[in-house]
Design a protein around this ligand. Structure first.
Ligand code: HEC
Ligand code: HEC
Ligand code: HEC
Ligand code: HEC
Length: 201
């Protein structure tokens, strides 16, 4: 079993480069955005680690609202932006997923700016991986467009182009937004959920 695992990991590493190329084009490969509220149906559960509530409390969920605040209005004015920053493409591009997603990239409902920087900005459009059976299988999820974010995901926005940029420490920043699946559930959610239901909780 141990050596099987090692072989599998070795294989995954060898495939990593080609896979990386495939993943970066996920957005163009037919997968569509489904919106954060779809992720909520499964990811608000306590058992899985309630990623939803952690995100909802984070700056990312509030990033659009920030553009409606006084500080944002002052920044926009200084930059010579004529309208409100919450309507300016040059601010929205980092503050709202919806503003960066074309109508043809959406599965059903249009996304809303008010969701700020939502799940799919970091994890890739969800139409392919949203099914529980796919989600529970890491390789299948990756093949269906799931992105495991890394530092490069963050620095698309956390960079000098941000008018309020004051440096970015990936290790510290990812700790701040941590929304891990509990270790005793990770990779076996479906089994654990079944066992819980059988016990009557
Ligand atoms: C699409 C743009 C975008 C991407 C990608 C992005 N961020 Fe952010 N991030 C923002 C914006 C905008 C804010 C400011 C939110 C606010 O205060 O309104 C922010 C704020 C933060 C904050 C401070 C607020 C808080 O909730 O603690 C942390 C920490 C952070 N981001 C970490 C990360 C990490 C780690 C990544 C990569 C895994 C990442 N961000 C990727 C746009 C982005
Ligand atoms: C390149 C991506 C990017 C662009 C473009 C961008 N922002 Fe941000 N914004 C961020 C990130 C990331 C943060 C959080 C960390 C930081 O300040 O860099 C943030 C934070 C903010 C904050 C909160 C800062 C605080 O300390 O409370 C305000 C206000 C803000 N942005 C306004 C704007 C306005 C107005 C525009 C358009 C003129 C704009 N941003 C354009 C990425 C961006
Ligand atoms: C700003 C980027 C960002 C946003 C927004 C974001 N995530 Fe994540 N997510 C990450 C990063 C970074 C990781 C850790 C990746 C790793 O394993 O190294 C992660 C990991 C996860 C994991 C796996 C945790 C584990 O233990 O393996 C789940 C589940 C998840 N995110 C769900 C969500 C959901 C649901 C949302 C929206 C409600 C969301 N994420 C929003 C960046 C983000
Ligand atoms: C039908 C339920 C369901 C929906 C909808 C769903 N997920 Fe999941 N997700 C799961 C389950 C179950 C797991 C696997 C937990 C485990 O066993 O580790 C998972 C795992 C993940 C992981 C970790 C995957 C890995 O292999 O590293 C991420 C990231 C994630 N989900 C993000 C999202 C995002 C973003 C959305 C919305 C676009 C979403 N999920 C929608 C049920 C769902």
């Amino acid at each position: 079993m141990g050596s099987m695992v090692r072989i599998a990991i070795g294989f995954a590493v060898v495939c990593g480069l080609t896979l990386g190329v495939a993943l970066t084009s996920a957005a163009d490969s037919g997968f569509k955005y489904i919106g954060a509220s779809k992720c909520k149906t499964c990811h608000k559960k306590e058992l899985i680690g309630d990623q939803w509530s952690k995100w909802e409390k984070s700056g990312h969920a509030k990033a659009f609202k920030t553009l409606q605040g006084e500080k944002a209005i002052a920044i926009a004015k200084e930059k010579g932006i004529s309208g409100p920053p919450s309507e300016a493409a040059e601010c929205l591009k980092c503050h709202a997923t919806a503003a960066t997603v074309g109508a043809d990239q959406v599965e059903k409902k249009p996304l809303s700016n008010s969701d700020g920087v939502q799940c799919e900005t970091c994890h890739g459009p969800g139409s392919g991986y949203k099914k529980k059976k796919v989600m529970a299988d890491h390789e299948k999820s990756l093949a269906a467009g799931l992105i495991v974010p890394d530092e490069k995901t963050c620095t698309q926005c956390h960079n000098e182009e941000s008018p309020t940029f004051a440096g970015f420490d990936y290790a510290e920043a990812s700790k701040k937004i941590d929304h891990s699946i509990p270790a005793d559930v990770k990779g076996k959610y479906i089994e654990v959920e079944k066992a819980r239901k059988a016990e009557g909780n």
